[in-house]
Design a protein around this ligand. Structure first.
Ligand SMILES: *Cc1c(COP(=O)(O)O)cnc(C)c1O
Length: 374
């Protein structure tokens, strides 16, 4: 493919010397769990988000699981989740023994439909887990009002939205607690698995650290059936090298997104992503919709443009959840699954690349429209 969808090696190549030195530093230190590199990254990432505390964990899924566990959410409890999200959001809820209660997507933003949340709240609801999907933050005023009125916890799934803002507030500060992922393809990606929980609540952070360390605050004393989920110091050291560059990389994503949105406006059959008022997305993904998505995907592949689908199978139709949701229907999400196509985006692409990709998408969309009218 001439235009790669993603190039996770790009960030390493652009910071190779610093990154190699950081890795050597950890190897030379003789400390391979925890230690200064983890503490330093936790402080830097909490500062970046504008939050008081960050706890490094093994991955983004664990970040969500630990946040739920720290609030004592489990069997018999319900957690409101978006129908349209990566399956990890649902799995986190299911893993603690609680029930995910999906709410369909807003057709404009493809994020959770805020207006539909109240109808999903029951006596068993303990938390709302909004997902800032594709890097587009969910505005938090309505969510915070609902959480206050019903005594619910607000857990952000910020795995796709490092640095995204609502007004001046960054993700990680929009709810009570947030889970981040540093999976290599995310906006801030490690070189293996990694994740973090971010919160202003000192007691909660302490509890999450305890749970992620075999339920132990001090050696030999295990107060809870916890997990082994800790951020690796090698990953932490490399993430600290990358963090200062992230805003520049996110800015490049924004430039690419605005090139796409300007160039593709009015192209036949395309629905372009729209941005909720007052929000600053970080464009983890640029997801457009087309009724003949598969034809468009094939036409682009033939022209050297790699694309993705986020996501082609709805969670309630996946093997993991189909039995529990056999009679459920989330029409907007189902429509997104059929029509979504993600264009290449990321710091590996130049603005010229983005213009070239947009031209190829335009041509392909016109070709499909022409064939249809013949
Ligand atoms: C990536 C992702 C996760 C899980 O992160 P991992 O580090 O892969 O465990 C959770 N939620 C969303 C929305 C994601 O995109």
């Amino acid at each position: 493919m001439k235009y790669q969808f993603l190039d996770v090696g790009f960030t390493y190549r652009s910071l190779k010397e610093e990154m190699d030195a950081a890795v050597r530093g950890v190897l030379d230190s003789g400390i391979y769990i925890g230690g200064e590199p983890v503490a330093a990254f936790e402080t830097a990432f909490a500062d970046y988000c504008g939050a008081n505390h960050c706890v490094g964990v093994g991955n983004g899924l664990d970040a969500l699981v630990l946040a739920l566990r720290a609030y004592g959410i489990g069997a018999g409890d319900e957690v409101i989740v978006p129908a349209n999200t990566f399956i990890a959001t649902w799995i986190a809820v299911a893993q603690v023994g609680a029930t995910p209660v999906p709410v369909d997507a807003d057709p404009a933003t493809m994020n959770i439909d805020l207006a539909a949340i109240p109808a999903a709240i029951t006596d068993r609801t303990k938390a709302i887990m909004p997902v800032h999907l594709y890097g587009a933050p969910v505005p938090h005023e309505t969510l915070q009002d609902l959480a206050r009125q019903h005594g619910l916890v607000l857990i952000e799934d910020a795995a796709q939205a490092h640095g995204a803002q609502v007004g001046k507030a960054r993700t990680g500060t929009l709810g009570h607690v947030a889970g981040f992922s540093f999976y290599p393809g995310k906006n801030l990606g490690a070189f293996g698995d990694g994740g973090a929980v971010v919160t202003d609540n000192a007691e909660l952070a302490d509890r999450i650290r305890m749970l992620g360390n075999y339920g132990s605050r001090e050696k030999y004393n295990h107060e809870s059936v916890g997990y082994n989920s800790r951020l690796d110091p090698l990953q932490a050291a490399m993430l600290s090298v990358k963090l200062p560059m992230m805003d520049a990389w996110n800015a490049q994503r924004r430039r690419i997104a605005s090139i796409y949105s300007a160039a593709l406006d009015g192209a036949p059959g395309l629905t372009l992503p729209s941005v909720a008022e007052g929000t600053e997305p970080v464009w983890h993904l640029y997801v457009l919709r087309h009724p003949r998505r598969d034809a468009l995907k094939e036409a682009l592949a033939a022209r050297g443009v790699a694309t993705g689908m986020h996501y082609p199978i709805a969670n309630h139709r996946s093997g993991a959840f189909a039995d529990s949701f056999a009679s459920a229907s989330f029409p907007v999400t189902e429509e997104i699954c059929q029509t979504c196509l993600s264009l290449p985006i990321g710091p590996h692409l130049s603005e010229d690349d983005a213009r070239a990709v947009a031209d190829l998408v335009n041509t392909a969309a016109h070709d499909i429209a022409t064939v249809e009218t013949l």
